[in-house]
Design a protein around this ligand. Sequence first.
Ligand code: PHE
Length: 453
Amino acid sequence: MWSSKLAFILAVSGSAVGLGNVWKFPYITGENGGGAFVIVYLICVFAIGLPIMMSEVLIGRRGRRNPIATMRLVGEEESGSSKWQLVGGMGVIGGFMILSFYSVVAGWALAYIFKSATGAFTGTNAAEVGAIFDGLTANWPVLLAWHTLFMAMTVFIVARGVQRGLEQAVQILMPALGVLLVILLFYSISEGNFAEGVNYLFRADFSKLTWDSVLVALGHAFFTLSVGMGAVMAYGAYLPASASIPGTSVAVVFADTGIALLAGLVIFPIVFANGLAPGEGPGLIFQALPLAFGQMPGGVIFATLFFLLLSFAAWTSSIGLIEPAVAWLVERYEQSRVQAASMVGATVWVLGVGSVLSFNLLADFKFWRGTIFDNLDHLASNIMLPLGGLLISVFAGWVMCRNSTSEELDMGTGVAYSTWRFLARFVAPIIVLVIFLNSSGFIGWVQGLSNGG
Ligand code: PHE
């Protein structure tokens, strides 16, 4: 059990705030044209992500086991069917896939701690930071080493069981990351092209938005909140019965969204002031931020601290990605945590080699969405998480009876509860479905048929 409600909030926000906020949000916003994408992302976070987070926590607390066993147990209790455990199973696989590329990017952050500390960015221009980033990603043995180190760190902490030390550290280090971003914000306001950055982030031109971008925004809402794959469910399993699920979920969602928007506000003014391309891709923050650090007073210290905190945020998120699988192996096959964590870690590591090579040896090996890295990200983040979330909200809204959910949520049966139930029953599943059908081209295909081919 968590010692307190605060400990739970810290664990879930530790899982939510990570590379998704600081690395992925700015880079996919840049790739998808800014404002309109951001609005869709915000709608998805509040109308879909939040109710699904509440659903996950309440299901987790009811089942009090790993996500697979919890979905089986609560499913049997509510509907007599054990099939719902498949949703837990899909989540475990999704977590594997996400961690495999997440760890590679976390490795970049680790590498950047050392580059920062040795002053590699001092006085650099855009071409030079670009060359530093390209130099790192081209060097596959080095990338592999950082990926290996990050996976080892994750396995180590998960194998030791309760991540209490880390949760306590979250309490200090997350706010520190926030403070550092605010300091950077001052830099962006004074030295960056702030007006253009804000304009880019918030001025929505929906005419340019494609269904594919909408799908990416939806997927990212799930990714950034850590919902749709059972991570939050796994944490909910340890939540004391007295803690308020709506209150904690709202707190986490706001903190997570705040950090992402802050990161965006910091990065885009730097991007525009230095003539970088917003659609630069996964390297965006690794080029924009070092430019800023290289120019500001105390930049070496700030940069080192920043990448240290970013690596830490990635570390606390990686636990959420691996915990469902480890808890499942421990409960189901009575393995020790050390055994389970090592086995899962090794599997994820192997999968991660594909992402390491996507930036060098296999950079030209492209299919479907692009490199192996692109495909793992798209399949897990934009398809499996929303699908998992859809099934979780259907489960909480339709399969579980009103009494069970209102009892767990403990918000009475007034407007707040009805709103949650409406979002979980109708809004979340329907929006996810509509986005799936449109982005897959299905709707267009049907329209074509009805127009006579
Ligand atoms: N939410 C984390 C991030 O934004 C990633 C994550 C996804 C963690 C799913 C756990 C589960 O970086």
